[in-house]
Design a protein around this ligand. Sequence first.
Ligand code: SF4
Ligand code: SF4
Length: 77
Amino acid sequence: MDGVQDTPVNAEICGKYCGACPTYKRNFLARYGPGTLFCARGTSLATSKVKTMGCFCPACELFTEHSLVIGYFCAKK
Ligand code: SF4
Ligand code: SF4
């Protein structure tokens, strides 16, 4: 299965999940690149280490479609 593509449609889907998740909000990830779609674009460029507090990726349709595992794509090294 191909990886998740960096497209506007996928970024909008991502926003429903990443945008609502506690890790995203508490670490102000909207302020840093790449903003969303971490599974395609890579980890957040937040200046301090992302403190993980729950991940909504497993509910995301792209997570299921692309057989992703675990989540926390914003924080992984
Ligand atoms: S799997 Fe996670 S990072 Fe990837 S699009 Fe879905 S919510 Fe965003
Ligand atoms: S990758 Fe997971 S933990 Fe990170 S912001 Fe998206 S839903 Fe939240």
